[in-house]
Design a protein. Structure first.
Lengths: 325, 405, 298
């Protein structure tokens, strides 16, 4: 069984982490200056995918809910902003704000139906509700463009170039990550993790389990919507594939690969999968087979994910060090 | 100290060689990036296109290439997904520095890549996607359609069907863009040519529908004179199969665009229903011109099978590229696009021209009826009627109108 | 577009019958999925891949024997057995080490298996469409109420109840059925009585996968055999299992009936939106009975 732990159990001091984070951020901020354009674009894609998976992990790793169809919220955010920009003459900024909000509302509606159940039932119900949303988008030609999707979305000039969209993505992603981190470390986040570890006991001490789970759904849906909006900024397109169940499973794989009980694990998982897919996918037709083998090995040998594994190692070492003293 | 210096020199040489190598590579070749679906059901079409393309390219390169440069190509698999297609296109443009993009079978990927091609000013030659939006509403000077589109299919089918005695029609098709676009196009043009036609009803099935029997029985219960079946790709084969099993083709004559194409008839073998009306832009057995015979022989020799329409698309796409560079006189995207627009070449299917106004290739269409024939282990098209390209192209006024919107 | 359609009673009955024959395939496939889910608690996403492999094996075996009637009947028997063999290897080699993992892990693991199967099929059979004709006696159609009804669909209509009866017998009348029913409720208890649970699980898994292969083999003559078959069936099968009640084989039957019939009646009533019908029904059922219509086994 995977050893579950709470968020800030690591031994480094806050200051060290802050310094590492800042250094990393500076590298990300200046990299477009000397990276080829394609890699800047790839970085933006990684950040977006990382943001979706991190938001997925709020419900999955920290909320203990089987979030099987997270891509729906991602896609709905993207469709909302794309439709606002192409079909209405309202100010673009409104569309950018409305995207995540509509995703959040959808998460609320679906959540109200789903949180009555737990574990596999929850996941399956979410899967069927999500499929209904997908069918509607896929079918409603006059409105969503059907299976062709919407292309050439008029994104404002300032953020439509490769580096412009990259900086926009970077800033928004960092803000969202900080927000999510704060939420998870606030009392709300701690209660959520307590619910995950033992729902019955939490219920008995007077925690409103369903309400907390519902709020988590809305938060996760909202941030997935933000990622959807960013995707439209970078690619200028949306299409029904963005809410297909296979994409949802791919997001789950990324969480698993990075480590689903760590905050930054999903981001790492997204980085690995997206870069492998892009760089390897060009050379082999059988990229999915590589992915499948990685996944199988992972489940057998590294069920807590890459980052989870290293954190575990680190914790064990510091524990034995403490014993030696 | 000397060690360090020598190591440093060594590294400089390596880096210099690499840089020079990549430069020299860029200088004496023209690079084409092909994005298409090489996995999943649509890949059989994509591979036909690729083989035709390779056949023509090998010949061009054997003759010294174009402008003294060899033409090379790289392929990327989009797995029929828009996001992968877009990423691949960006990678080809930004990292591989391709001069031209070619692809794809999926209209959604094509429209997304076309938008990118316009922004990046890279010519994009579309090889199988049939949406009329590609050169219609969403057309621009860098996108070229190398195959027929839904408007052309509709016009051709309407011309052919209007000559037949049917009045009461039923429409059925794939419930996605292609199906609806073909059905609308056929019906609108048919109504113009023959105002007394009546539509009894329509059925739409989801893409990948495994069994068509319930749809067919529901059509039969309405007793139409004829049916227009707007299904493409993976749907054609099971539909024809179900039509044969229910005896649908004997009771209601029906039209299906790709019904007579080799890609549809070959897998069905002798199990295909007879008497199905279909349109196609190319048969390897018709017309029996010397050019066609040469092409079929060369293709058969290289790949061990008969060429389909896809193979022909690949073949003339490569030839169009070579001719356009020759005309442009240098490797330049703007010059290339100008040269290709309005270009005419000889092909196994006769003279083909890219229409200047919308960059749509003008392809004649053949309407035929499926029939068993001696010497073939699959059904072929008979009673072939040729509908010339001029008659079936969308009017330039219409193109202007939709582009203004 | 202008159109009007009248629904005749004959048409309705016809549509109903065709819907039933579609239901057969859905039932066979989803009952296997339900069995595996109920007893082993594996949400087997690769179930659809086994269905696809069943269809491909059926094609290969029947062409091997000359594509005639004998070839077809042999293939219908051998192809599911082949699939069962593959699943036995997968169970003994992989799944039996993973039973104590979380459902999520198992789900992702089977997803990996699905990706692997897809590429394997592509390597073995290539990417061309394959087509198989029904055996001589089942070709063509009969006239029922003045409408043509394909003989092969009639055969499927008969095959459904046979499989259902066989399953009922297996679950309620055989030792392995009784043990597996007990194991579904409390697997530790069964182990404690001295029964080798591991082999019970293996056999249930193999039976479930056999059903997937059988579904694939039976469906082969009605459609084109191609990559991507796995994708379409698995989502439907999961939805059927959910509305029927997880792990309940009769639930799978009920779910398949609901799914297949709303689909085919929807085609007649409102063709433009028929695709939305089954999904909407699933959601409505789940809003009122979130754990499915019949009692789940766990």
């Amino acid at each position: 069984m995977v050893e579950r732990q709470n968020l800030v159990a690591s031994g480094y001091s806050r200051l060290t982490w802050l310094a590492i984070g800042l250094g990393f951020l500076i590298i990300l901020a200046v990299s477009p200056l000397f990276l080829p354009r394609f890699f800047t674009y790839l970085l933006a894609l990684i950040l977006i995918t990382g943001l979706v998976t991190t938001s997925l992990n709020i419900a999955l790793g920290f909320g203990g809910m089987y979030q099987f169809h997270h891509a729906v919220f991602y896609g709905v955010g993207a469709y909302t902003v794309a439709l606002m920009l192409t079909k209405t003459s309202l100010p673009p900024a409104l569309g950018f704000i409305l995207g995540p909000i509509v995703s959040g509302i959808l998460a609320l509606v679906m959540g109200m139906i789903c949180v009555r159940l737990s574990k596999l039932y929850f996941g399956m119900l979410q899967l069927s509700l999500g499929s209904l949303v997908w069918v509607l988008v896929f079918r409603w030609y006059s409105f969503t463009g059907g299976d062709d999707g919407l292309h050439g979305v008029p994104v404002p000039k300032l953020i439509s170039s490769v580096s412009g969209s990259y900086y926009f993505t970077l800033i928004v992603t960092v803000i969202c990550l900080i927000l999510m981190y704060v939420i998870l470390n606030a009392p709300f986040g701690r209660i959520l993790q307590a619910i995950r570890d033992n729902p019955e006991r939490s219920e008995s001490v007077g925690v409103q389990v369903r309400l907390h789970q519902l709020v988590t759904q809305v938060i996760a849906g909202f941030f997935a919507g933000v990622a959807g909006v960013l995707f439209v900024t970078v690619e200028g397109s949306t299409f029904p594939d963005m809410m297909s169940w296979t994409l949802s499973l791919e997001f789950l794989i990324m969480c698993l690969l990075g480590g689903w009980f760590t905050f930054l694990g999903p981001m790492l998982g997204a980085t690995i999968i997206v870069s492998l897919r892009t760089l390897l996918g060009g050379y082999t037709e059988y990229w999915t087979m590589v992915l499948a083998i990685i996944l199988m090995l992972l489940i057998f040998f590294l069920p807590e994910g890459v980052l989870g594994y290293f954190e575990g190692l680190y914790r064990r070492r510091s524990a034995s060090l403490a014993e030696d003293r | 100290m000397r060690k360090i210096v020598s190591a440093f020199t060594f590294m400089c040489v390596i880096v210099g060689l690499l840089a020079f190598g990549s430069l020299s590579l860029a200088a004496d070749e023209i690079k084409i990036g092909i994005i298409d679906t090489y996995s999943g059901p649509p890949s059989s079409y994509a591979l036909d296109v690729l083989d035709g393309f390779k056949l023509a390219l090998n010949k061009i390169n054997a003759g010294g290439g174009v402008l003294g440069k060899k033409i090379t190509f790289v392929t990327r698999d989009d797995k029929f997904k828009v996001d992968l297609g877009l990423t691949a296109a960006k990678e080809l443009i930004m990292r591989e520095n391709v001069n031209i993009l070619v692809g794809t079978i999926n209209s959604a990927v094509t429209l997304a890549v076309s938008d990118l091609a316009q922004k990046e000013k890279v010519p994009f030659l579309v090889t199988y996607a049939k949406s009329s939006n590609i050169t219609g509403a969403k057309g621009h000077k860098f996108v070229f359609s190398m195959n027929e589109n839904t408007e052309m299919i509709g016009k051709a089918a309407a011309i052919g069907l209007a000559k037949r005695p049917f009045v009461n029609y039923w429409i059925a098709g794939d419930d996605y863009e292609y199906g609806h676009a073909v059905a609308d196009a056929v019906w609108n043009h048919l109504k113009k040519l023959k105002p007394d036609v009546k539509l009894l009803g329509q059925s739409w099935w989801k893409v990948g529908e495994p069994d068509f029997t319930p749809y067919i029985t529901s059509i039969l219960s309405a007793k139409p004179d004829a049916a227009i079946v707007a299904t493409g790709g993976a749907g054609c084969i099971p539909f024809l199969k179900a039509a044969k099993n229910t005896g649908f083709n004997e009771k209601v004559p029906f039209y299906m665009h790709t019904a007579t194409e080799l890609s549809t008839m070959k897998p069905l073998g002798l199990d295909a229903p007879e008497g199905v009306i279909g349109t196609s832009n190319y048969y390897f057995y018709y017309p029996e011109t010397p050019e066609n015979k040469v092409f079929v022989e060369e293709f058969k020799k290289a790949y061990g099978r008969d060429p389909s329409f896809g193979s022909l698309i690949g073949w003339f796409t490569a030839n169009f590229i070579a001719k356009s560079y020759e005309k442009a006189g240098k490797v330049d995207a703007e010059k290339f696009a100008q040269a290709l627009s309005g270009m005419t070449i000889d092909s196994p299917a006769g003279k083909l021209t890219v229409r200047q106004q919308d960059n749509q290739l003008m392809l004649p269409m053949f309407m035929g009826v499926t029939k068993k024939a001696p010497g073939y282990d699959f059904l072929i098209a008979t009673d072939i009627v040729t509908i010339p390209a001029e008659e079936l192209m969308p009017s330039i006024e219409d193109i202007k109108k939709v582009r203004e919107k | 577009m202008d159109f009007s359609t009248t629904i005749t009673l004959n048409g309705l009955i016809q549509q109903f019958l065709v819907g039933l024959s579609r239901t057969t395939i859905l039932f066979i496939v989803s009952s296997g999925l339900s069995l595996v889910l109920g007893v082993l608690r594996i949400p087997n996403v690769a179930h659809g891949s086994l269905y696809m492999i069943g269809a491909f094996l059926c094609y290969s075996i029947s062409t091997l024997f000359g594509a005639g009637s004998t070839g077809f009947w042999l293939a219908v028997i051998l192809a599911p057995l082949g699939v069962a063999l593959i699943s036995l290897a997968a169970e003994r080699g992989l799944f039996c080490h993973l039973y104590d993992r979380e459902h999520l892990m198992l789900l992702l693991f089977t997803f990996a298996l699905m990706l692997l199967c897809r590429d394997a099929v592509k390597i073995i059979w290539g990417s061309n469409y394959r087509s198989l004709s029904p055996p001589e006696i089942l070709q063509g159609s009969l006239s029922i109420l003045g409408m043509p009804f394909p003989k092969y669909n009639l055969f499927l209509l008969g095959a459904g109840p046979v499989v259902a009866l066989g399953l009922w017998f297996l679950i309620h009348r055989t030792k392995i059925g009784k043990i597996s029913r007990a194991a579904a409720v409390d697997r530790d208890m069964v182990g404690a009585v001295g029964i080798n649970v591991s082999w019970v699980f293996a056999s249930v898994f193999v039976i479930g996968c056999f059903l997937a292969g059988l579904g694939g083999a039976l469906v082969a003559p009605t459609q084109n055999i191609t990559q991507g078959m796995d994708h379409t069936i698995i989502m439907e099968a999961f939805l059927i299992v959910i509305i029927g009640g997880l792990g309940n084989v009769w639930g799978a039957l009920l779910g398949a009936l609901i799914f297949g019939l709303t689909d085919s009646i929807g085609i007649l009533v409102w063709p433009q939106f028929s695709i939305v019908f089954p999904y909407a029904v699933v959601v409505i059922v789940l809003i009122f009975r979130p754990k499915g219509l019949l009692k789940a086994t766990w």
